[in-house]
Design a protein around this ligand. Sequence first.
Ligand SMILES: [Zn+2]
Length: 320
Amino acid sequence: MPYRCVWCHSGQASRTFVARERLFGMEGEFEYAECAACGSLQILHPPSDLSRYYPREYDAYNALPDTYYRGWLGVIRSWRDYTVATGRGWLGRLVLLVHPQQDPRVRSLRLLNLAPDTRVLDVGCGSGLLLLIMHRIGFQHAEGIDPYFSSDRPVGGRVPVYRRTLQQHVESQPPPYDVLMYHHVLEHIADPERELRLAQQLLKTGGRVLVRLPLAGSYHWRQYGTDWFQLDAPRHLSIPSVGGMRSLAERSGYTVEYIGFDALPLHLHASELYRRGIPGRQHRPDMHSRAQWREFARLTERLNRTGEADSGVFLLRKGE
Ligand SMILES: [Zn+2]
């Protein structure tokens, strides 16, 4: 099949390269192309059985929603999460003075200005932890779908999560949503354009889509190439540049309302360790000194500010 960039539809690749699975050190070589027009990356021959690259240890399904808000630590977390998600609340501000780290998933909710009755669908919700956080801090109309979700049991006993794809969810004819969210999900989907067009059917008029995903064309990609942590072959089937994402969003009937960047220092830490040939499952924070972590944090903060970082946040609005 001839090459066509899934993000901008250009038929020209500037080059191809071979990447390996680095998180678990699984065997195999995977050929990717870089788009000559927009700089997005995509795998040329996806493995026929992708599920074997999502073993039980895969991170998205390992977060422990049931214990996250247990005990006093849970109470402190709920103060902090409310402030990170809304910008309000003095108890959470106090917690952030002591522990300033903010989960970028929770932080991105601030873009949505959620009301208590906003209907939200988290597509590819993994363990459902973000949904549990939303319910705990007062956004009770959030639910999730994930084709690999472990059961149909509500997360934390109260958050509905359905084990299904977006297509199956559309067929179940739920009431329309105000917001659909894709947190590091679109890069795992073979046809992101079909996905975002399908998403239109679930949205109210003027509804919004929040997309967070890795970015090609970033400092991290240029600096580390196939050692880049977020290349994550072969799970990441395609990774857009900022221009590639914009092109796909507009072609699929959305207006791009906001573009931001939320990379973590971890991405530099892990890319450095991949460069040394260490598989991701062996990575430990103490493999870099405190001074090196401070440097990763400084550089990451600068790259997020200048728009060269390897993680993007896009807010799209459905056209009239
Ligand atoms: Zn392209």
